[in-house]
Design a binder for this molecule. Sequence first.
Ligand SMILES: CCCCCC/C=C\CC(=O)SCCNC(=O)CCNC(=O)[C@H](O)C(C)(C)COP(=O)(O)OP(=O)(O)OC[C@H]1O[C@@H](n2cnc3c(N)ncnc32)[C@H](O)[C@@H]1OP(=O)(O)O
Length: 276
Amino acid sequence: MLSRLSPRLLSSSPRLLSSSIRTLVNVTYPSPSVAVLELDRPPVNSLSLEMATSITSHIKQIESDPQIRSLILTSSNPKIFSAGLDITEMSRPSKTRLSTFWRSIQSLFLTLYSTRLSTISCITGHSPAGGCLLSMSCDYRVMSRNPKLGIGLNETRLGIAAPFWLKDLFVKTVGYREAELGLSRGKLYSPEEALKIGLVDEIVDGEVYDVAVERAEEYAEIPEKGIVATKRMCRGELVRDLEGKIEEDVGWFTDFILEEGTQKGIEGYLKSLSKK
Ligand SMILES: CCCCCC/C=C\CC(=O)SCCNC(=O)CCNC(=O)[C@H](O)C(C)(C)COP(=O)(O)OP(=O)(O)OC[C@H]1O[C@@H](n2cnc3c(N)ncnc32)[C@H](O)[C@@H]1OP(=O)(O)O
């Protein structure tokens, strides 16, 4: 049923969706050339297999409408953009589910990072690890000034490591030395710190969503051919690197996660989260 509805109809009539086919995201259109994809998986927008798959398929649907030029990625939770990968997917998983899960994350990254759409990440809340991956995959990042918020790659704190393509993305975004420091220490940056190192492009005192819409409209006014070719030039190398190593990366991820030491670390981290 979903595939027979146009993206516009789907988004403008959320009541059409019954709870049995929850999409985990909401799509709206604040102007004729801008779409907003709002992450909506309570409590923390963590990326499960289903969540990652849904985001990817909605980006593809939005992309297929030639009128849409810009996409804003945001969250229905004002305090949390995304808590990153759903850690329960990595806790005592079956190897089959774990591989499929990781493929869904690779595919989400490749789709978001290389879309023809100009993408604006509207970071209203915390954005650790996979949340930071989503933000960094966008073309422009605006974040609320709230000093209590954190954004960064804290994988080492869970006893895991970022894959090579996420490390490369971080290096491209903040530079080699800052990336090495941030990754090793699993550092979450405040919005001010993130602005200083180029992890976000703008921090906003008031309504971050309004600024995101403004930026999305500015991007939408730039002629498409030039901006898409430029994006391809800037991002093609990393896309090709991962595309050429999909299987190797799945093998690396599943081996790393299924190792007993990693499992103990993940269990401990999950316990510390639920004890808070
Ligand atoms: C081998 C290589 C692997 C490479 C993979 C590289 C890529 C990405 C890795 C990741 O993304 S791993 C995930 C990293 N994320 C985090 O460390 C964030 C953890 N969460 C938090 O810090 C906090 O939850 C928060 C986001 C700051 C929100 O805090 P708040 O106080 O508002 O909410 P909580 O009470 O902590 O959480 C509510 C509820 O959600 C559960 N939960 C939180 N985060 C996750 C998550 N990422 N996955 C699954 N579940 C999560 C948390 O346990 C609570 O559950 P209950 O106790 O209510 O059952």
